[in-house]
Design a binder for this molecule. Structure first.
Ligand SMILES: NC(=O)C1=CN([C@@H]2O[C@H](COP(=O)(O)OP(=O)(O)OC[C@H]3O[C@@H](n4cnc5c(N)ncnc54)[C@H](O)[C@@H]3O)[C@@H](O)[C@H]2O)C=CC1
Ligand SMILES: O=C([O-])CC(=O)C(=O)O
Length: 311
């Protein structure tokens, strides 16, 4: 197995570190445009091999796509992060060009790769990756919902004083401050609905905190988060390379599912060696469906901006 991570910044390097520690590939290439940067990150990660007990070979390269040839999975984290006060959507002008170029260059050398898109605004960047490459839809997956769900579980865990590992909680819809939908009705602690244990007001607050989870960290850090985003990226890659068939909320191309067409948006999907393999119908109620439609409208408006940016 060979994996490439494009972008050796905060998220890319953390994702690569998690991939190496989980030994998801024999070979892991990190690529960045900044001279020597990916080489440095790769060397640093390789120097943890004897400490963390992994045998993955990690190599860093500066814009050398030939070194990524034959990758099974390519994770795209290249692009600028937001600063406090910004939305993810404001990154579109810079990141659309980067994501399009990176997708095409990577596929030239790894025509069979599954593409995982992390760069923001992620839903629109996933749509762009799909359109720019013409890949079969199952091979283009946007990562946002796994992270948002992990944050949802983190806020629930604090309220319930339980193990985060006993929680099932999912965030669907867009990966934006106002577009994500924490499904509080379906969240459970070992099978018991959390709505039996927490008040409606508390659940509302947990959902609100989840939605601005990324913005909260950006305010604290001065740039956006990387530990949970990197680990969430690796979690997705693991289900692909180990063909685990885990169900994760991921941004995928919808063709009538959840009532939407010609859009990439977060829904629960089965992830395996073919990429995303099927979409699970959660049977949303009226209120959840209305939120999903609203989220789709916002993401669709963003996708239209692409036409003015990408040739
Ligand atoms: N989908 C999600 O859940 C999340 C998405 N993000 C997004 O991930 C992206 C990366 O964030 P950070 O790692 O914090 O940023 P960063 O600034 O630390 O790293 C970005 C890296 O991309 C590189 N880069 C830029 N253009 C490139 C190109 N054409 N080819 C190769 N490398 C290139 C830069 O040199 C830099 O090293 C941002 O767009 C951020 O908003 C961040 C967290 C979560
Ligand atoms: O908040 C951001 O801009 C980065 C991101 O997508 C996240 O951490 O959820």
């Amino acid at each position: 197995m060979k994996i490439t991570v494009v972008g050796a910044g905060a998220v890319g390097a953390t994702c690569a570190d998690n991939i190496a520690r989980r030994e998801l590939a024999e070979e892991l290439v990190i690529l960045d445009i900044k001279e020597g940067f990916a080489e440095g990150k790769a060397l640093d990660i390789m120097q943890t091999a004897s400490l963390c007990g992994f045998d993955t070979r990690v190599k860093g390269v500066t814009n050398d796509y030939a070194a990524t040839a034959g990758s099974d999975v390519v994770v795209i984290t290249s692009g600028i992060p937001r600063k406090p006060g910004m939305t993810r959507e404001e990154l579109i002008g810079t990141n659309a060009r980067i994501v399009e170029t990176v997708c095409k260059s990577a596929l030239e050398y790894s025509p069979n790769a599954i593409i995982v898109v992390i760069s923001n605004p992620m839903d629109t960047m996933t749509y762009l990756a799909l359109k720019a490459t013409g890949l079969p839809k199952n091979r283009v997956i946007g990562m946002g919902g796994i992270l948002d769900s992990a944050r949802f579980k983190c806020y629930l865990q604090k309220e319930l004083d339980c193990s985060a590992n006993d929680l099932h909680a999912t965030v669907i819809g867009g990966h934006g401050d106002t577009t994500m939908i924490p499904l509080t009705r379906l969240a459970t602690l070992n099978g018991t609905p959390v709505s039996n244990m927490l008040s409606a007001d508390t659940l509302k607050q947990v959902a609100a905190d989840t939605m601005v989870g990324g913005a909260t960290l950006t305010k604290l850090l001065g740039t956006s988060a990387w530990y949970a985003p990197g680990a969430a990226g690796a979690e997705l890659v693991e289900s692909i390379v180990r063909n685990q068939k885990k169900v994760f909320p991921c941004c995928v191309s919808l063709e009538g599912e959840y009532g939407q067409n010609d859009i990439c948006l977060g829904v629960p999907v089965v992830i395996g060696s073919n990429g995303w393999e099927s979409i699970i119908d959660y049977k949303l109620n009226e209120e959840e469906m209305a939120a999903f439609n609203k989220s789709a409208e916002a993401v669709r408006n963003m996708n239209q901006v692409l036409d003015t940016l990408v040739a």
